[in-house]
Design a protein around this ligand. Structure first.
Ligand code: ARG
Length: 263
């Protein structure tokens, strides 16, 4: 797996665009760098190939590269951020994709990249209701020529799909309360009960869903035993990492990672 990350050399809580962010609960720069470096080293150890993009000054959330686009083959759909604070990030991601041989594509409606767009097999699951708008889903589906499933997010704390939903092979992990009733039903149709992991609020607020599946290892910031057991029951192993500095910005392991080779 090839991924894109950005070393947090200018990381801080400079504004508040989700309920986790509180300027007075400031991130500790050195600790953030340390936590990020450990995650990076561990990804390398697990065999991931990592590309790096420089974090521009003045764009603290740039480290959450999951929002930097959605990549499929050689196509990269650029983000169209809702918060004005993050809008300047797009050109930097565009430049990187251009320089690395990707065809960049834009959408007219708000779309926050892989943070709101996750493949479950060939089906592209897309979040809406908080950041990404449902109108972008048709654009994205058409640009990539894939089938899409729109999932409505109803809790501002779970403002990106990747904060409350994770496809893990043929298993689907999710926090039901983050979704509308109809969207919960759509998720339940994706997999039989034994292939679903239902997260508790405690697990969800530890960003359990914001994880990376590498072989049968699940890297996340959730160290809860309950979570470990749920994963064990389906043959997966929990591999928790301290990422609390990033959680102050409302992000965790998955947010810090953009997949560069979705099939
Ligand atoms: N502070 C960032 C924001 O609110 C965090 C982004 C987290 N990224 C993600 N893919 N969930 O936009």
């Amino acid at each position: 797996m090839r991924i894109l990350m950005s070393r947090p050399i200018h990381f801080e809580i400079a504004y508040e665009i989700n309920p986790w962010m509180k300027i007075e609960n400031q991130a500790k720069e050195r600790r953030a760098l340390n936590q990020w470096q450990k995650l990076y080293d561990h990804y390398l150890y697990l065999g991931l190939k990592i590309e790096l993009i420089d974090q521009p000054k003045g764009l603290p959330d740039f480290v959450f590269t999951a929002n930097g686009g959605l990549v499929m083959g050689k196509k990269a759909i650029l983000p169209n951020f809702r918060p004005k604070e993050r809008q300047p990030e797009t050109t930097h991601f565009k430049n990187w994709f251009d320089e690395h041989g990707y065809e960049t594509l834009s959408v007219k409606n708000h779309f926050e990249g892989e943070g709101d767009a996750l493949f479950f097999g060939n089906l592209l699951c897309l979040g809406y209701g908080q950041r990404t708008s449902i109108e972008s889903h048709i654009e994205v589906g058409n640009l990539l020529g894939v089938k899409t499933l729109s999932l409505e997010l109803i809790d501002p704390r779970f403002y990106h799909l990747d904060t409350c939903f994770a496809p893990l092979g043929d298993i689907v992990m999710y926090f039901p309360e983050a979704f509308s009733r109809a969207s919960c039903e759509s998720i339940e149709k994706l997999a039989p009960p034994e292939k679903r992991i239902v997260l508790s609020f405690k697990e969800a607020e530890d960003f359990a869903a914001n994880c990376m599946l590498i072989d049968d290892i699940v890297v996340s910031s959730c160290a809860l035993k309950t979570f470990e057991h749920k994963l064990m029951k389906v043959g997966l192993e929990s591999d928790p990492f301290e990422l609390n500095e990033f959680m102050k910005a409302g992000g965790s392991a998955k947010c810090l990672t953009l997949k560069l080779n979705n099939p």
